[in-house]
Design a protein around this ligand. Structure first.
Ligand SMILES: *Cc1c(COP(=O)(O)O)cnc(C)c1O
Length: 366
C-alpha cells in the first residue's frame, strides 16, 4: 500500500513521561510529574461526584448533541448555544478544523515558530502545510509578521492559529496587536483566525484580553478553551470551540457522533459550577509561579514570565542532560527540544511541596 510522505514522516506526539514508567525505569517509589501542565489539585470534587453518579448509565450511548453541556457553557459564558462546539479535547477541534477548512497540498495554516505543536502535527496528518513566522526575541508571537505574511499570501492560508498564551513559552500576545490583526484580517471570508486560549483562567497581565468578545464584531474568529488545565480534567478529554454558527454547524457534521463520552459531559457541567475550585487552582498556580521566579532568579537562570500554569526557563546547560538528571531524582520536567530550544525546559506548577522538591533537585543537578 502506498502511504503519503506526510504520513510516513509523522513523528508521534511525545507526551510528558508518565509517572509509572519513570518509577519502573529508575527504581523510584516516589515521582513528581511537572511535565504536562496538569492541575495538581486533581479534578474538582463536584466533577468527581458527577462522574461516579453517571456510572450506572454507561450502558447507554452518550448524548450525541452534548445538549446539557452546551446549555451550561452557553449560560456560564453568555454565548448563544449555536456558537458552541465540543471536542474530545481541544486537540480534536484543532484536527477537525484543519481537515474541514484546508484543502490538502493547496491551503495551509499559519502560526508562529514555537507555537503549540498540535497545530503543525494535525496539519501534517491532513497533508496540509504549516507556514511559520519567526518568534520574537522576547519569545512572543510576532503578530505583525503573521498579519503581513497572510496578506502577502492569502491564497495559501485558510487558518491562522494564535495560542494566547502560548505553550511552551507562557507568553501572551498584547491586546493591541490582536486588535490590529483583526482590523486587517477580520471579517474576511477566506480565512479563519483561531485563538487557542487553553490557559485563559491563569492569565494575570493586563496586556491580555480574550478574543471571545470579538465574535460579535468579526465573523471569522474562533476561540478554543479546554477543561484539561484549570478544571483538571485532562484525562477525560474535553475541549470547547466558540465560533460563528456556520462553523459549528459544519464541525458537527464532521465530528464523530459520540466524540464526548457520558462521563466527560457530566464532569464538564459539574466543573463549571465549581467557582471555588477555579479560584483555588488559580491561587495555587500564581503562588507557585512566584515561588519559581524567586528561586530561578536565585539560581541565575533566565526565565520567561508565564501567563500559564508552567514556567519556561533556560538551564544554560544541555537541557536533555538536566532533564535526565532530574528524572533520576524523581522529578519529571518537559524538554522542549522539539520546539528548537536546546537549553530550555518547561516546568509545570505542582503542589507547594512538589515545587519545593523540584527546586531542591534542580539546585542539586546544576
Ligand atoms: C494543553 C493545551 C491545550 C489543551 O489540549 P486538550 O486537547 O484540550 O487537552 C490546547 N492548547 C494549548 C496551547 C495547550 O497547551
Amino acid at each position: 500500500m502506498k502511504i503519503s510522505p506526510e504520513i510516513l514522516s509523522l513523528v508521534p506526539y511525545k507526551p510528558g513521561k508518565p509517572i509509572s514508567e519513570t518509577k519502573r525505569e529508575f527504581g523510584l517509589n516516589h515521582v513528581i510529574k511537572l511535565a504536562s501542565n496538569e492541575n495538581a489539585l486533581g479534578p474538582s470534587p463536584l466533577a468527581q461526584k458527577a462522574i461516579s453518579q453517571m456510572t450506572p448509565e454507561l450502558h447507554l450511548y452518550p448524548d450525541a448533541s452534548n445538549y446539557d453541556l452546551i446549555q451550561a457553557i452557553s449560560k456560564k459564558w453568555g454565548i448563544p448555544s449555536e456558537q458552541i462546539g465540543i471536542g474530545n479535547g481541544s486537540n480534536e477541534i484543532i484536527d477537525l478544523l484543519i481537515r474541514i477548512y484546508c484543502e490538502p497540498h493547496v491551503e495551509g495554516i499559519l502560526t508562529s515558530e514555537a507555537a503549540f505543536v498540535a497545530y503543525a502535527v494535525c496539519a501534517q496528518a491532513a497533508r496540509v502545510q504549516t507556514h511559520k513566522v519567526p518568534l520574537r526575541a522576547d519569545f512572543g508571537f510576532d503578530i505583525k509578521k503573521i498579519t503581513d505574511y497572510f496578506l502577502k499570501k492569502p491564497d495559501k492560508i485558510s487558518l491562522i492559529f494564535i495560542a494566547n498564551p502560548n505553550n511552551p513559552t507562557g507568553v501572551v500576545s498584547h491586546k493591541e496587536e490582536i486588535r490590529e490583526l483583526l482590523e486587517k484580517v477580520g471579517n474576511r471570508d477566506d480565512v479563519l483566525i483561531v485563538f487557542d486560549e487553553a490557559y485563559h483562567e491563569f492569565v494575570r497581565t493586563e496586556a491580555y484580553e480574550s478574543a471571545i468578545h470579538y465574535l460579535k464584531k468579526y465573523n471569522n474568529v474562533i476561540v478554543l478553551r479546554t477543561f484539561s488545565k484549570i478544571y483538571g480534567l485532562a484525562g477525560i478529554r474535553l475541549g470547547v470551540m466558540v465560533a460563528p454558527k456556520e462553523v459549528v454547524e459544519v464541525f458537527n457534521r464532521v465530528r464523530n457522533p459520540f466524540n464526548i463520552n457520558t462521563l466527560a459531559q457530566a464532569a464538564g457541567i459539574a466543573s463549571l459550577q465549581d467557582k471555588k475550585f477555579v479560584e483555588t487552582s488559580q491561587q495555587l498556580v500564581w503562588k507557585g509561579l512566584d515561588y519559581f521566579y524567586h528561586e530561578l532568579e536565585d539560581l541565575g537562570l533566565p526565565f520567561v514570565k508565564s501567563e500559564g500554569n508552567f514556567v519556561f526557563f533556560d538551564t544554560k546547560k544541555d537541557a536533555m542532560t538536566v532533564y535526565n538528571e532530574m528524572l533520576k531524582r524523581g522529578v519529571i520536567l518537559r524538554p522542549v527540544v522539539n520546539y528548537g530550544f536546546k537549553t530550555h525546559l518547561r516546568m509545570s506548577v505542582g503542589l507547594e511541596q512538589e515545587n519545593k522538591v523540584a527546586i531542591k533537585m534542580l539546585k542539586e543537578v546544576l
